[in-house]
Write a protein that binds this ligand. Sequence first.
Ligand code: SAM
Ligand code: SF4
Length: 337
Amino acid sequence: MNASIAPSRPLIDRYGRQISYLRISVTDRCDFRCVYCMAEEMTFLPKKEVLSFEEIEAIAEAFIARGTTKIRLTGGEPLVRRDIMDLVRSLGSHIGEGLEELTLTTNGSQLAKYAEDLKAAGVERINVSLDTLDEQRFREITRRGRIGDVFQGIDAALASGLKLKINMVAMRGVNDDEIGAMMAWAHGKGMGLTLIEGMPLGEVGLDRVDSYLPLRELHDQLKQRYTLTRLDKRTGGPARYVHVAETDGILGFITPMSHNFCESCNRVRLTATGQLFLCLGQEDQVSLRDALRDGGLEGLEAAMDQAMLIKPKGHDFVIDRARPEPALGRHMSVTGG
Ligand code: SAM
Ligand code: SF4
């Protein structure tokens, strides 16, 4: 199938939104325990509950046949799943055959090992999450990561010809004093920097109310010091981009707490156990694992159609003192962001 040929039965929800972007969490496990993402002590899924690569491939192929053009692998940490490159290579073989882009979001700890293989498998761009440039602070945020591994991974990825974007969760009183430095560093290496607002998912180690930093406020502060020009680049998600004249690079703002992107939402999320979440901020879901295991490819197709009937219109995130508990009990590592 040529990438420009429309699928015969596109996946369209009740609000007329066409699904073209599938995020796949390949594992809930991670070698870090970032304070905003996980609790110190996490119980991970038994391996037998996790989808096999064959099952992930079957689901991904069904989505590609129905109009998915972009797949992002995430987690947990996607690069800690055993033999992950087998999956990357097999999904990469669909690039140019309906799939336009295969990408991943990683904490960078294993990138030095995999960067060249990722590029060879057809991956062109990746997102690396990094919230600070300071070694000690990095250890506090990730609870166990070594920043040197991430720097090495980033350099290896750039040397392999991958395009990189750095994702930084902006937290008041934690790393909001480093935004200028992160921008200078990332833009200096030809990488984009995207700031993310903390989202209330799961019980974690951080006070979400104290650390919540609305990006609108940050944008207004940055405007005093930098020349920001709004770019038209749209992703169907909650990201907005500006060009920063002083550092000649792109700065993104992911504001999931705002609602102004839901009407253009083009994405769904598959968890490591095969639950298809229809919205990051809601519980609506369909088990594609059960559908596939019980009903084969026909069952899978029927479950994908069913999913289109229940995709919610938008999310209900709020962070305030009156409602300090997380909006959703599940951690970000379940759906992969
Ligand atoms: N382990 C990989 C990584 O860290 O890039 C992929 C999975 S991680 C869950 C995906 C993204 O979600 C990361 O950029 C991380 O910073 C972000 N994230 C995790 N928990 C979050 C939260 N509660 N609010 C906002 N972003 C969060
Ligand atoms: Fe792991 Fe990524 Fe969550 Fe950090 S944000 S704990 S690296 S899954």
